[in-house]
Design a protein around this ligand. Structure first.
Ligand code: ZN
Length: 274
């Protein structure tokens, strides 16, 4: 069982009331830490990384308003790339949430809110939807984010990119994009020469990474992978250079991870500890 298959399984069992639901991080040392992008909504503070059954030291948490990925070379995509290249992240997850205020905010709402902050409409970009990445569906926003990250020349083919949605009321996860399966589409792997191109050349080559060409077959989304992927890289040691911190130790969490509100309390990791 791959990491996110175990995460979804543990999460769904916990939501269903299983007090022993959890996973043992040491069993997934080759797939940790996880790099996750979520929204800035404070309701998520209590949910992560608990709903993933992961200890905090295996969870690299990035946030922006609406968990939006703007383009394959954006600052957030660069941070995701460095989280993998420098901090040793092994898998990426774009995690949206239900009842997102970015989804619920219209251009008119936003204009009025800026006006209340003393910022006149004339000082803002013309297309606010495009500029702030406003979206109409939390699910579609996650699908788009995964698509853009997957198409980025900065994210290597060894990194699965998952898409999830968390219910802010229950903590239940919905697996929208199974990064293990999507990744097996060869067409999504950028050519090596593009990785080696200079910054300006990479920018110029962006049209070659057509986001629209990424396919998410409905029959595969959310399905559990049943076989071990042949491309899974061998365990590797992230080199520390200079004053960089050492890679995280794969020790079991020192204490049980508390469950989020509305999920029945229980020892999330204790049961799995050997
Ligand atoms: Zn939100």
């Amino acid at each position: 069982m791959r990491l996110f298959e175990a995460i979804i399984d543990a999460n769904h069992r916990a939501v269903a009331g299983d007090p022993n639901a959890g996973l043992h991080p040491a069993d997934f040392a080759h797939e940790l830490p996880v790099v996750a992008l979520t929204c800035i909504d404070p309701r998520l503070n209590a949910l992560f990384p608990n709903v993933l059954a992961l200890p905090a030291d295996q969870f690299i948490w990035l946030r922006n308003a609406g968990n939006i990925i703007f383009d394959p070379m954006s600052s957030m995509t660069r941070t995701l790339a460095l989280a993998c290249a420098v901090k040793g992240g092994r898998e990426i997850a774009i995690i949206g949430h239900t009842d997102c205020l970015v989804r619920k905010t219209s251009v008119m709402d936003l204009t009025n809110r800026f006006q209340a902050l003393g910022i006149d409409r004339s000082r803002l970009p013309e297309n606010l939807t495009e500029f702030f990445g406003l979206f109409a569906s939390e699910r579609q926003n996650v699908l788009h984010g995964v698509e853009v990250v997957r198409s980025s020349p900065l994210i290597g083919p060894q990194i699965p990119v998952h898409g999830l949605l968390v219910d802010v009321e229950t903590g239940k996860l919905e697996w929208l994009v199974n990064g293990y399966q999507v990744f097996q589409t060869p067409a999504t792997v950028p050519a090596a020469e593009n990785l080696l191109a200079g910054a300006s050349a990479s920018l110029a080559s962006l049209p070659a990474f057509q986001m629209g060409e990424m396919k998410f077959p409905e029959t595969k989304i959310g399905e559990a992978s049943t076989s071990t992927a042949p491309w899974l890289p061998e365990p590797r040691v992230v080199e520390s250079q200079g004053a960089a911190p050492p890679p995280p130790k794969m020790e079991p969490a020192p204490k049980p991870i508390p469950l989020p509100p509305r999920i029945r309390p229980g020892p999330y990791l204790r049961k799995a500890r050997k």
